[in-house]
Design a protein around this ligand. Structure first.
Ligand code: NAD
Length: 379
């Protein structure tokens, strides 16, 4: 599938706050969903970008094919940092002005399905990266560490503030392992900042959505969009009254360079996302309406969807006052736009009369078609 257009593609306007030309950025997990949008943004502002990605969940097609300022290293991060006899393919940290660490085994479903691999990846790769950065010269290369709203656990105090206590379930429930790995990453980042002056910024992403996202690992919006395009039922787990705040990936990546460029942000944790909640049932209905699909919305109990291991949260909303005060950022792209762009990245063209949508396996779906009749639906 070809790369869809992005608000950042071809945009050469310097990022707000100004930025030196010819900067060198390293993006771990840069072939993934969020990472590839960040790469678009960094290339558009003139950076030279190195991506390291093992393509375990990322896709080469997410990145520009032959960009003169993009280098892609296909490797696990730790192997690219340190070869058998000396530096790995990435060289030393002096070769980079900024590092964005997004490589991870992502999401609760993945950690339930593959607990050992996920825990090892999320903790050991971050640890290896921070060790590598600490060996560099002073002042060192700053690093943005991608964390998650999962870190808040099942705290019921909403909206979530960065300094809130966190509450997890027992270790016998595998779903909490993802939160714990991200919390360990945060502890590591803050400790390296304190002990080794590494300019680490932690960004706790809330639900991030948009083009190139795949539904294989339980991500709700691509699952809904794919089902709506194929005329299949949109399956809501539980009663659907649980709420989430969805933020377009292009809004999310726009704040990351600004946080990293601001030295007072180093050594701090920031919520990043939208603070406009929507119930999952309403999200399903919105997808059906925006894509003019005839799909039904079906409710399935959690214990059928995730036997034995699942515990969901009713509300998850960020308090965004810290990030707003630090860099004056606000999400701007409406959810309807995101749904349409995500559908377009799966092959949907609302202007094509009598179209048949073929959802490619590469878009996180088995191949399937949807007839014009099933797309007619409610207006
Ligand atoms: P993604 O799976 O699309 O991206 C992760 C990328 O990391 C993939 O390209 C994968 O191939 C790569 N990767 C995994 N292990 C690697 C390794 N050992 N070495 C090199 N590359 C490796 O997921 P995403 O949604 O883009 O997530 C990016 C980051 O944001 C992750 O750290 C994730 O935990 C965090 N996050 C995402 C969300 C969200 O809503 N998508 C929410 C909270 C946090």
């Amino acid at each position: 599938m070809s790369r869809e257009s992005s608000p950042h593609n071809g945009d050469t306007t310097p990022a707000p706050g100004g930025h030196a030309p010819d900067r060198r950025a390293l993006v771990t997990g840069g072939a993934g969903f969020i990472g590839s949008h960040l790469v678009d943004l960094l290339l558009a502002r003139g950076d030279r970008v190195t991506v390291v990605d093992d393509l375990s969940t990322g896709r080469a097609v997410n990145l520009p094919a032959d960009h003169p300022r993009l280098r892609v290293v296909r490797s696990t991060l730790s192997a690219a940092l340190q070869g058998d006899r000396g530096p790995g393919a990435l060289g030393g940290p002096e070769g980079y002005d900024e590092v964005y660490h997004l490589a991870a085994a992502v999401g609760v479903k993945r950690v339930i399905d593959e607990p050992i691999l996920s825990i090892d990846t999320n903790v050991e790769e971050t640890s290896a990266l921070l060790r590598w950065l600490a060996r560099g010269s002073r002042p060192g290369t700053p690093v943005l560490i991608a964390s998650s709203s999962e870190v808040y656990g099942k705290s019921e105090r909403v909206p979530f503030r960065e300094d809130d206590d966190v509450v997890y379930g027992p270790t016998t429930k595998g779903r909490w392992a993802y939160a714990c790995t991200k919390a360990i990453d945060e502890y590591l980042a803050l400790a390296y900042h304190q002990r080794h002056a590494v300019g680490a910024v932690v960004a706790r992403f809330f639900n991030t959505v948009g083009p190139r996202q795949v539904g294989d690992y339980g991500m709700v919006l691509p699952r809904f969009v794919r089902a709506a395009l194929r005329g299949e039922a949109l399956v809501v787990h539980g009663d659907g009254a649980q709420t989430r705040c969805f933020c377009d990936v292009r809004d999310v990546v726009s704040v990351l360079p600004r946080l990293l460029a601001s030295e007072p942000c180093h050594g701090r944790v920031f919520n990043v996302g939208s603070d406009r909640p929507i119930t999952i049932a309403d999200l399903a209905r919105l997808v059906v309406r925006v894509l003019r699909s005839g799909s039904e919305v079906r409710f399935v109990p959690y214990d059928q969807a995730y036997p034995g291991a699942f515990e969901d949260l009713r509300r998850r909303e960020p308090d965004l006052s810290r990030v707003r005060a630090a860099v004056g950022w606000n999400a701007a792209i409406p959810l309807e736009r995101t749904i349409l762009d995500l559908a377009a990245s799966m092959g949907y063209d609302p202007a094509a009369p009598g179209m048949t949508v073929r959802v490619e396996p590469g878009a996180g779906a088995a191949a399937g078609t949807v007839s014009p009749a099933s797309m007619g639906g409610e207006g």
